[in-house]
Design a protein around this ligand. Structure first.
Ligand SMILES: NC(=O)C1=CN([C@@H]2O[C@H](COP(=O)(O)OP(=O)(O)OC[C@H]3O[C@@H](n4cnc5c(N)ncnc54)[C@H](O)[C@@H]3O)[C@@H](O)[C@H]2O)[C@@H](O)CC1
Ligand SMILES: Nc1ncnc2c1ncn2[C@@H]1O[C@H](COP(=O)(O)OP(=O)(O)O)[C@@H](O)[C@H]1O
Ligand SMILES: [K+]
Length: 477
């Protein structure tokens, strides 16, 4: 499991560690890791031109010490001091001793134009809001060159705890982060500004229960996958009910069933008007021509994909004492008080537009602050919320770390792929996973299936469903 910590937690872990170490030791560890990452990126250090953008805090100190290390290996290093009187004094002295030089922002043009590599040491976890004007102007100049950009700890201008980007920010090719991941490195839009992320351990030990974000990895998912044993039969593996599709959208039913058949449940029961289309594609489906209440026992329901205005099915499903996944039209048709009153788990799977409609805000606002809105929706509905999109989040209503999915790919943004996800997650619910595990495991498998199916080319949602068995084999190793 990869975890991310709030600035407050990182700071207190730093204080605890610093009390045990000689003055400056942590910064030296950070700078050594940073310089090594820069050297790897450059391939050869000798003769390369490196520019440091240096703010007034310790983030600038890291950049200065790393610059000194690169200068000692033969790089030409120029530090642009954004606040000349307040730059990290010992770091600056080290750079000058190693042969580096300094310039003011006004004189930085030629150095930036010639740079092979730019280190962003403007702000780290001490940053507040977007870049200020002088820094933003410099960063704009950097963006117009071919120089590689390495962000120190975080891309300057992004909000460390939320992943929001409320003003100008650095766009890095690589971010070298120290001691602990910060939420901004895992959640969009900030994550996109970070480029690839390299972790440098400096000995910090944030408390195991203090994470604000968690990202599952292969081993975590493998341990959660429902695998049948000798005593299993189709009922013990769980039956998932799918109430989806309409005369207008029969395909949504087919795709949700396609996902459900690959999620580990022993059987898929379908109710709704798309029975013939479902059977034609998946003859193993148990098709019922009655409503959810009369359809026979299930261990979890999926309701909503392509369902049109069938409010009765949503109401019946919400009244069932089994886990329920609400998607698409089901989100719109569900009565909030009925969801809040449920005692069995509820998993809601909106995309940003659906979440915005439920919260009464603009879609852009949800996309700009994904973490806050996923948490807010979970609290309002007392349900687990899986907010789809470029970094899918799964938030529980009672707080705790939010799961963030690391496997997604924009190729998944194709009609019907959300239907596959809802069937898949519903199947995992029926197999006995908690709403949070079912949602985050489904997002993980679905993201990988998108990658496997696509491999760089456009795919349809049915291709994503077809790739799921291969993803299971890959994850189970
Ligand atoms: N504390 C530690 O033990 C360690 C800290 N390290 C580094 O220290 C950083 C944190 O250092 P600081 O606490 O000094 O804080 P930062 O260096 O992140 O930023 C604080 C400074 O930036 C200014 N500032 C804030 N927002 C700004 C904005 N939007 N535009 C321009 N300037 C802005 C503030 O006035 C302040 O002077 C970490 O991100 C990491 O890079 C590393 O050296 C590892 C060890
Ligand atoms: N930019 C993106 N990067 C990664 N995944 C994305 C992106 N955009 C959408 N997705 C994923 O694609 C799927 C689309 O689902 P959804 O919006 O419900 O579409 P539909 O209703 O057509 O099925 C979701 O799993 C979502 O997380
Ligand atoms: K930075």
């Amino acid at each position: 499991m990869r975890t991310a910590y709030s600035v407050e937690t990182v700071r207190s872990a730093e204080r605890a560690l610093m009390a045990l170490l000689p003055e400056g030791a942590l910064m030296q560890r950070a700078a050594a890791g940073l310089a090594a990452a820069c050297a790897d990126l450059l391939g050869r250090v000798y003769g390369r031109r490196v520019v440091l953008l240096v703010g007034s805090g310790d983030n600038g100190g890291d950049a200065l010490y790393a610059g000194a290390r690169l200068a000692r290996r033969g790089a030409g290093v120029t530090a642009v001091l954004l606040a000349p009187g307040r730059a990290h004094a010992e770091g600056l002295a080290a750079l000058l001793r190693a042969g580096g030089r300094t310039v003011t922002p006004g004189d930085a043009g030629p150095a930036i134009r010639r740079a092979d590599l730019v280190l962003d040491g403007i702000v780290g976890i001490g940053g507040k809001g977007g870049l200020r004007e002088d820094a933003a102007a410099l960063v704009e100049r950097v963006a117009a060159t071919r120089a590689a950009v390495v962000a120190v700890d975080l891309p300057s201008g992004v909000e460390a705890d939320t992943g929001e980007v409320r003003g100008a920010a650095v766009r890095a090719d690589l971010t070298v982060t120290f001691g602990a991941h910060k939420p901004a490195l895992l959640v969009d839009p900030a994550r996109e500004y970070a480029g690839s992320v390299r972790f440098v351990g400096i000995g910090l030990e944030p408390p195991a229960d203090g994470a604000v974000l968690e990202a599952l990895q292969h081993g975590d998912v493998a341990a959660l996958l429902p695998v049948p044993g000798a005593e299993s039969d189709k009922y013990r593996r769980g039956v998932v009910g799918v109430a989806a599709g309409s005369a207008r959208y029969p395909g949504a039913a087919v795709l949700a069933v396609a996902g459900a058949l690959r999620g580990g449940a022993g059987a898929v029961r379908y109710v709704g008007p798309a029975g013939p289309a479902v059977l034609a594609r998946f003859p193993e489906t148990l098709v019922s021509d009655r409503g959810p209440r009369e359809a026979g026992r299930v261990q979890a329901w999926v309701v909503g994909p392509g369902a049109g205005d069938d409010a009765a099915a949503v109401t019946e499903v919400l009244a069932a004492d089994v886990p329920v996944l609400l998607d698409a039209d089901g989100l719109r048709l569900a009565d909030r008080d009925a969801v809040r009153a449920r005692t069995a788990p509820t998993l809601m799977t909106p995309h940003a537009g659906e979440a915005a409609a439920l919260l009464g805000v603009a879609r852009e606002e949800v996309e700009a602050a994904r973490l806050a809105h996923a948490r807010e929706l979970a609290a309002r509905y007392r349900a687990t919320v899986l907010l789809k999109g470029s970094t899918t989040l799964v938030a529980d209503p009672d707080g705790g770390p939010v799961r963030v999915n690391p496997t997604g790919t924009p190729w998944l943004a194709t009609a019907g792929s959300g239907d596959v996800l809802s069937g898949l997650a519903g199947s995992l619910l029926a197999a006995g996973l908690t709403a949070r595990d079912a949602g985050s495991v489904a997002a993980y498998l679905h993201g990988l299936a998108g990658r496997f199916a696509s491999d760089g080319a456009p795919v349809g949602a049915h291709d994503v469903a077809d790739a799921l068995p291969e993803v299971w084999r890959d994850v189970r190793g």
